[in-house]
Design a protein around this ligand. Structure first.
Ligand code: EPZ
Length: 420
């Protein structure tokens, strides 16, 4: 498996362009299933999860072509199956996002149950409960979700846990349901808002997106879309944390600062000087060591769980003791064991990790376990003395486009090595 080697000790500086948001691209690509009209999405990053999504849609009969400058065109008029097979779903849990659109467009869907993953059990019970409340007949048999509905009916769906893809599945299904659907305790993530805006451009009747109550007036049919996806706030946050950890000065461009308040607030607490433009953010650490910060993850607009590992790495070398609480997933501390191999002083107590910042880390061979944990190991390698080798970087390629080139542009000594 490919590996990435980093030689630590370089202060990052310069400008890096942020790619389109993975967690908005995935549902918006699936939304093409809702219409027979052609769709075009711009700003699509080159990621494993995007490739997997295109494979999944392609084998369902969706005609897909990749244009230049990260444009993807889709035409689902030839949709010829309602099956999302285990072989693909097991490689990407977000495949569950075909369920709502298939049910709404087709009246039937057979989707492999996405298993758990490294960070948790990741159940989809709320997706199924919401669709059942809209009149779908849902059975789980042989590891597959079998769903049928002549036509979904609008309903009031109360999600007892905030779920991003659960909200997105129900939102997409509701756009073609008969009548009005109200989603209570809906996820407010910017990626959910971007999906809603794209659906509205297709003619969907949506209001309240970005709040915890979304209302959808069902339509008979939807038009296609020609849409530009929003920038990836987690990729942007990852590069800003790298700048803070190395004492550098980095400017990220093609970003939406208004989607990053909780992360920028923590970076300021860590001692960074932050300057925001309309679509850019500059972080200047002026060579200082970051101060430790306390983190508690929460649904948006709270601090994002997808930035927890990155700040755990920052706290590992910060001045002081930082406490990080993970409230969204039950097992999202695998990076702690790896960071300890570099000399980090941290201990896990339940859903909390207490981190005493150390002056220096020492490079070592590491193993990536999940997407964001892998990114955090790269960050630690940027500051560890000597060489750090991160194995199983396919995890990283799921969510970060050309990560070693981008870090290299900023002055990091980093290279991708073929499988060892
Ligand atoms: C989305 O996952 C993101 N993935 C995740 O990003 C992100 O970490 C997560 O939201 C939280 O922000 C995509 O958007 C493709 P959830 P999702 O449903 O939707 C529980 C990354 O790194 N829950 O919001 O699967 C669940 O167990 C990935 O890009 C139920 O109990 O997460 C968790 O504790 C990792 N029943 C909590 O809700 C359900 O039916 C939040 O999960 C659904 C969820």
């Amino acid at each position: 498996m490919a590996r990435i080697q980093i030689t630590g000790g370089r202060r990052l500086s310069g400008t890096v362009e942020i790619s389109g948001a993975k967690n908005a691209v995935l549902p918006i690509l699936m939304a093409a299933l809702l219409t027979e009209q052609p769709c075009r999405l711009s700003g699509v990053p080159h990621l494993r999860d995007v490739t997997t999504t295109m494979q999944l849609l392609g084998q369902m009969g969706v005609d897909i072509s990749i244009g230049d400058r990260s444009q993807v065109s889709l035409d689902a008029s030839g949709l010829d199956t309602d099956l999302a097979p285990y072989e693909l779903v097991k490689t990407m849990r977000a495949s569950i996002l075909v369920l709502g659109p298939l049910l709404a467009r087709n009246g039937s869907a057979r989707v492999s149950l996405p298993g758990g993953c490294a960070i948790g059990a990741r159940p989809v019970d709320l997706h199924l409960k919401g669709l059942a409340e809209m009149g779908a007949d849902i059975r789980v048999e042989g590891g597959y979700i079998h769903a049928r509905a002549d036509r979904l009916k609008g309903a009031r769906v109360v999600l007892d846990t905030v779920t991003v893809t659960g909200t997105e599945n129900i939102l997409m299904a509701a756009t073609l349901a008969e009548g009005t659907t109200v989603i209570e305790n809906a996820a407010q993530e910017p990626e959910v808002v971007d999906l809603a805006e794209c659906l509205i451009s297709m003619g969907a009747g949506i209001s309240g997106h970005g709040s915890n109550t979304i209302t959808v007036e069902g339509r008979e049919r939807l038009a296609g879309y020609d849409y530009q996806v929003l920038p990836d706030r987690i990729e942007a946050g990852t590069f800003l944390v790298a700048a803070a950890m190395t004492g550098g000065c980095v400017r990220v461009v093609n970003v939406r600062p208004d989607t990053m308040d909780a992360v920028l607030d923590k970076l300021k607490q860590a001692g960074a000087e932050i300057t925001c433009g309309e679509d850019s953010i500059e972080l200047d650490m002026r060579g200082r060591r970051p101060r430790a910060v306390n983190i508690t993850t929460a649904p948006y607009p709270g601090f994002p769980t997808d930035m927890q590992a990155q700040f755990t790495a920052l706290n590992a070398i910060a001045d002081g003791t930082g406490v990080v609480r993970e409230t969204i997933f039950e097992n999202r501390f695998m990076h702690v064991l790896e960071l300890q191999r570099l000399g980090a002083d941290m201990r896990v107590e339940g859903n909390t990790v207490i981190i005493r910042g150390v002056e220096r880390l020492t490079g070592a061979p590491l193993m990536a376990t999940d997407l964001r944990a892998s990114a955090c190991l790269l960050l630690a390698g940027l500051v560890a003395e000597g060489d750090t080798m991160v194995d199983r970087v396919y995890h990283i390629d799921r969510g970060y486009e050309n990560i070693e080139e981008k870090f290299g542009q900023l002055g990091a000594k980093i290279q991708r090595l073929p499988a060892g």
